[in-house]
Design a protein around this ligand. Structure first.
Ligand SMILES: Cc1cc2nc3c(=O)[nH]c(=O)nc-3n(C[C@H](O)[C@H](O)[C@H](O)COP(=O)(O)OP(=O)(O)OC[C@H]3O[C@@H](n4cnc5c(N)ncnc54)[C@H](O)[C@@H]3O)c2cc1C
Length: 446
């Protein structure tokens, strides 16, 4: 039997692929609910993710998996509407004419920004379309230096700094240009007139998690069960120990896939990963009204949260019994930060005031309900030298034969962590187990 630590999308994908290859699997999930970071709240209609989620056009593995699971008709693609809040005004910034009308960058700044997003390097003569192909070449280049050289100071300061502040806070100076270029490539194709499409599952990403659970077999999954030890005596994985509220039990296993954050791998096996992670505090708000036309609102002005996302400007409110659903969220670099120290009720209070500051006609009574989730590790800090720190899928050389990793510190989760990346990581780990099994079965060649 192969033991899988973690019932998020990566653990379930690994289990699914291993079963396809003929292996017995068992998934151990510490929480009572499955799905990890993609877990959902119930609403008056469809469920909604506790942390905002959508698909980018370049993500193919998740779409292929949906098809395999009979969910093709659940994947919906819709044009998003990005906007920038500057000096009290919401500026739509998605379609060509909106970008042309944006008053906070000159025409030349917009041209340089546009060239970068189309992966055209204007620092060479003639401009080059392949200098950004090898993103690893930019691993050691600080993102600020890169952006000042490859766009303009105004573009860096007025466009990128608020975004980098929201995404990486006090760690923004550590981030590599490779991360930024990876993000540019990671995005789907952009239609100049209509903008970019994003994907979503009708009924939320819980539909995918449930279909994976059904495919794997609910009898092969145990929730409320935390793996607390992996026996690697003699350099080979032999057993794992898991705890429930009723006590602990040890299971003999042939292999273990750790599909959880790297601190879990370290606790279980001693393998230390140097990647730093940031946490997230994220609230979902239900209101009876819309605040603007934007789905994703980046905020250049002072605000107590990093981003405001009006989910029902992407997925229609009718899906949620007519309620308008929003996210406010902030990343946390250090648990000593004030935001992390606040209770959920205090966060909600401060953020409610923050919404009122941005939208003066918003009244506190507009809120039907609000729920807040937080996790201490939700995204890696993609700092310079990141790729040297990723955890290999097969940890036979580093720790013990039979130990595999498919969590967020794996290569598939670069340059951005995603559900697609989690599925790829789960598949990669499963494929390595299957290949090793086949090599063992094959007689040695003479
Ligand atoms: C704010 C936010 C926004 C995001 N936006 C997007 C987006 O728009 N699009 C997108 O595709 N992705 C997005 N993501 C990323 C996506 O959610 C993750 O990449 C993906 O869910 C990771 O899956 P995972 O299975 O690797 O990890 P997780 O979802 O973290 O699952 C790991 C599981 O392991 C369990 N576990 C931990 N320790 C143990 C143990 N000892 N024993 C048993 N179980 C254990 C945990 O309880 C958890 O359920 C976002 C994430 C966040 C936080």
């Amino acid at each position: 039997m192969i033991g899988i630590v973690g019932g998020g999308v990566a653990g379930l994908a690994a289990a699914y692929r291993l079963q396809e290859r003929g292996h017995d699997v068992h998934v151990f999930e510490a929480n009572e609910e499955m799905g990890g970071l993609a877990a959902v709240y119930e609403t008056a209609g469809d469920p909604i993710e506790k942390f905002y989620h959508h698909l980018s056009g370049a993500e193919e593995t998740i779409v292929d998996l949906a098809e395999e699971l009979g969910l093709s008709d659940r994947v919906e693609w819709r044009y998003k509407t990005d906007a920038y809040y500057v000096d009290g005004v919401v500026h739509p910034l998605e379609k060509l004419w909106e970008i042309a009308a944006y008053p906070h960058l000159s025409l030349y700044d917009k041209f340089r920004l546009g060239m970068l997003t189309m992966e055209v390097d204007c620092t060479t003569f003639p401009p080059s379309t392949d200098s950004y192909d090898d993103i690893e070449a930019y691993e050691d280049v600080p993102v600020e230096q890169f952006l000042r050289e490859h766009t303009t100071d105004q573009v860096y300061e007025r466009f990128w700094v608020p975004l980098l502040d929201a995404k990486f806070g006090s760690r923004k100076e550590d981030v590599s240009a490779a991360w930024l270029l990876g993000r540019v490539k990671f995005r789907g194709e952009r239609d100049l007139l209509r903008g970019e499409q994003l994907g979503y599952f009708r009924g939320s990403f819980a539909v995918l998690i449930d279909a994976l659970l059904d495919a794997v077999g609910r009898e092969n999954v145990t929730t409320g069960t935390r793996v607390t030890g992996v026996d690697t005596t003699g350099g080979t994985v032999r057993a794992l120990t898991a705890e429930t509220e009723n006590g602990s039990a040890t299971y003999e296993v042939d292999s273990v896939v750790v599909a959880a954050m790297p601190n879990v791998l370290e606790d279980l096996t001693g393998y230390a990963c140097d990647i730093d992670f940031q946490g997230t505090v994220c609230s979902v708000w239900s209101m009876d009204r819309s605040l603007s036309d934007a789905y994703w609102l980046n905020i250049a002005d002072e605000a107590p949260f990093g981003v405001l996302i009006e989910h029902t400007n992407f997925v229609p409110p009718e899906r949620y019994g007519g309620e308008h659903l929003y996210y406010t969220a902030s990343y946390v670099q250090d648990p000593a930060e004030e935001l992390w120290q606040l209770s959920n009720a205090e966060v909600e209070d401060a953020w409610r005031d923050g919404i009122a500051d941005l939208f003066p006609d918003f009244s506190r009574d507009d809120v039907n309900w609000v729920r807040t989730a937080r996790k201490p590790r939700t995204a890696p800090v993609y700092e310079r030298g990141y790729l040297d720190m990723v955890i290999p899928y097969d940890l036979a050389d580093e720790v013990a034969d039979g130990l595999y990793y498919a969590g967020m510190a794996s290569e598939a989760q670069y340059p951005e962590r995603s559900l697609n990346g989690g599925i790829v990581a789960g598949f990669e780990a499963a494929d390595r187990i299957a290949e090793k099994g086949m090599r063992r079965e094959r007689p040695p060649q003479r």
